[in-house]
Ligand binder design. Structure first.
Ligand code: ZN
Length: 133
């Protein structure tokens, strides 16, 4: 069953840790072994798995994406947010995470992040839990 999470971002670019929300959905489904698929249905956002311990990793990631894809007049797209579309394409729209004994099988330092590149906005993240109870 598909579940929709609501995420409110508060800046144009922001990386939000959604690991606990995903674990809650997995726990509520009662799936012991399987996989959870986390997907963002927007063209200026992304889902990534990255280090969750040091917040500097997130700010370095955003700063480097900004350096790679500056927000300036080089793009044709009339909406003026091509930088956000390109950052979204680089990060990707989804991640799949294995589930074992009812828990996300993440590494010690890994967390799941929603990436906003054209906020602040209200966003949705879709979560599909698959597996055996
Ligand atoms: Zn656009």
């Amino acid at each position: 069953m598909l579940e929709a999470l609501s995420i409110k971002t508060s800046a144009r670019e922001e990386i939000v840790n959604i690991t606990e929300q995903i674990q809650r959905v997995v726990g509520a489904r009662g799936v012991e072994a399987g996989m959870v698929w986390v997907y963002t249905p927007h063209t200026t956002t992304g889902i990534t798995i990255q280090e969750g311990a040091d917040p500097d990793v997130r700010s370095d990631l955003l700063a480097h994406l900004r350096h790679l894809v500056p927000r300036d007049g080089r793009f044709r797209h009339a909406e003026g947010n091509s930088d956000a579309h390109i950052k979204s394409a680089l990060i990707g729209a989804s991640q799949a995470i294995p589930i074992e004994q009812g828990r996300l099988l993440l590494g010690t330092w890994q967390a799941i992040f929603f990436c906003e590149f054209d906020g602040p906005r209200s966003r949705r993240v879709l979560v599909q839990v698959m597996g055996n109870k």
